[in-house]
Structures are given as C-alpha cells and as structure tokens.
Design a protein around this ligand. Structure first.
Ligand code: SAM
Ligand code: ZN
Length: 273
C-alpha cells in the first residue's frame, strides 16, 4: 500500500487509516488486514459482490482481453485527463476499478508521481487488481459508502459502472474532477451486427449527475480487429448484450473467429457544483 497522500478512511468511524505492517488501522483501533494479494477489504455490511456480475473466470477473461490493448485508446484518454487535471502528489481514484487495467496503465504512465487508488465491490476483481502489484492501493468497497476522506480526491474516474453522484461529489476536492465514460453511438457496432438482425446505435445517454457540473467532453474512436474466437467471446462477455442476446445471435457469434468493430467512447468531465 502506498503511504503518501493517504486518503482512505475507516469505514466504521471515518477517521484516517494508517498503514501499520500488514494492516491498516484508525486511531480508534479499527483494524483491517491487507491480504496477501495486496488489497484490503473495507466493505462492512453485506458480503463482497463475489458472484454478482463477473465470476472468477469472467474476471480473468476481462483482464486478459484488456491486457491485449484493445481498449488502450480509452486508457490513453484517461491518462490525458490525468495530465490535464492533476499535478505531482495528487490522488487519483478508480471507482469500480474492475481488475485494475486502467489504474495499472496510469501507474506506469505517471511513474509514482501521483497516488493511485482503486476500489470495486467484487472481491474477485479487486484480487486480480491487487495481483498486478502496480503500486496502487486497491480496496473492496461499495460506491454508496466510499471509505475515502471528504474532498481528498483530485481526479476520480469511473468506467461502465453504476453512478452515485452524491458520494462522487463528496470525495472530490474543490478543484477536483470526475471523469466518466459512456459508450459512443458506434461503439461495438461490428459486434452488434453479428448478434442482431437490426442493430441500433447507442443513444449516448448521460448519467444523472446530481449537483455535478459537466465541464468538458472528449470523444475517443478507433477500430479493433479480433482474430480469435477467444477474443470475440471475451469482448462479448464484457458487454450487457451477453445477458440479453437471443440464441440465434449467440449461435452466429460462435461461428466467428474474425471480427472488426468500431469502438467509441464519450468521456464526460464533471466538477463539483
Ligand atoms: C463493467 S465492470 C467495469 C470495470 C472497470 N471499470 C473496467 O472498465 O474495466 C463494472 C464494475 O462495477 C462493479 N460494481 C458494481 N456495483 C458496484 C457497487 N455498488 N460498488 C462498487 N463497485 C460496483 C462491478 O463489480 C464491476 O467490476
Ligand atoms: Zn475507525
């Protein structure tokens, strides 16, 4: 766990958490173990989201797919936001970090000059993120109650996950920004053409951002080529279509071992209102 600009707070009493050997603890001695994979479970109520969403196998397949660089243009765009909105020593938080691909990219790009944190409700995901040993602090937590001090984050980013405007706004510093991504109109159109008789473009619906104020928008576009059934299936599993596609579309997809598709993301940058 990194020890500079510590932003984590105790999920019980909200005092700062300090690293102490293989634990993190607050002044009131609430103590949380750092796992052998380097992450800490700060989720108090309910069980971590082990089985909701991605299971272990899907989490690994997501990691392997992203590690091949298919979404690197998005990682680069997040990096450009970090160049623009953060300075040396600032804290950057990956909200719903999944298996940590984007934070891993950022830690390499910024060589220890920022403090990177990431959390997700899924222990399967956070375990994989911890195993990356990229120098970021990863923890298990829920977006409804983020164990991070108020006004401590200079840039938070949030990709393809549930939105919680009030908590996101609370953790941002006065100059802080939240960067979120929504799928662009043509995102994965090639995949949709394989799955559906009449594919529709995405509607680019923005999240309900509460008091957060939209201050910048950035579009990222590229075309990717998948040349194995394994990569096509990994991409399919990462999408909401995985849960809603009729059998005919699934069968068509299984026949493919080559696919070209556009990827398109719209990055929305919000400030505190
Ligand atoms: C589609 S994945 C995106 C992961 C990562 N941002 C990426 O783009 O690779 C959505 C993630 O949101 C997480 N998630 C869902 N509900 C959550 C909650 N209430 N609090 C924290 N994480 C949550 C899931 O566990 C999952 O890892
Ligand atoms: Zn405490």
């Amino acid at each position: 766990m990194t020890q500079f600009t510590p932003i984590l707070c105790c999920p019980v009493c909200r005092q700062a958490l300090i690293v102490n050997g293989k634990t993190v603890q607050c002044n009131s001695r609430h103590c949380f173990d750092v796992s052998k994979d380097g992450y800490v479970n700060l989720l108090l109520s309910g069980k971590p989201g082990e089985d909701k969403g991605d299971n272990k196998e899907m989490a690994r397949s997501r990691r392997d797919f992203l590690n091949k660089g298919f979404y690197q243009p998005l990682a680069q765009a997040i990096g450009e936001c970090a160049e623009k909105y953060t300075r040396e020593g600032d804290s950057v938080l990956d909200i719903c970090c999944g298996e940590g691909y984007y934070t891993d990219y950022l830690t390499k790009r910024f060589f220890g000059s920022r403090a990177f944190y990431g959390f997700d409700i899924s222990k399967n995901m956070v375990r994989l993120a911890g195993k990356r040993r990229c120098g970021a602090d990863f923890f298990v937590a829920n977006i409804a109650n983020i164990p991070v001090q108020t006004a401590s984050v200079k840039m938070a980013f949030h990709l393809f996950a549930p939105f919680h405007a009030a908590e996101f706004s609370r953790i941002l510093s006065d100059e802080g920004v939240l960067v979120t991504a929504i799928p662009g109109r043509r995102h994965l159109f090639g995949l949709k053409q394989a799955l559906y008789d009449t594919p529709y473009e995405n509607d680019e619906k923005q999240p309900d951002a509460g008091s957060l104020v939209l201050c910048d928008t950035l579009r990222v576009r590229d075309e990717i080529t998948l040349s194995s059934q394994e990569d096509i299936n990994a991409l399919f599993q990462m999408t909401p279509y995985y849960y809603h596609t009729p059998a005919g579309g699934m069968a068509r997809l299984k026949m493919l071992n080559h696919m070209q598709t556009e990827i398109e993301f719209v990055l929305l940058v919000y400030r505190k209102g």
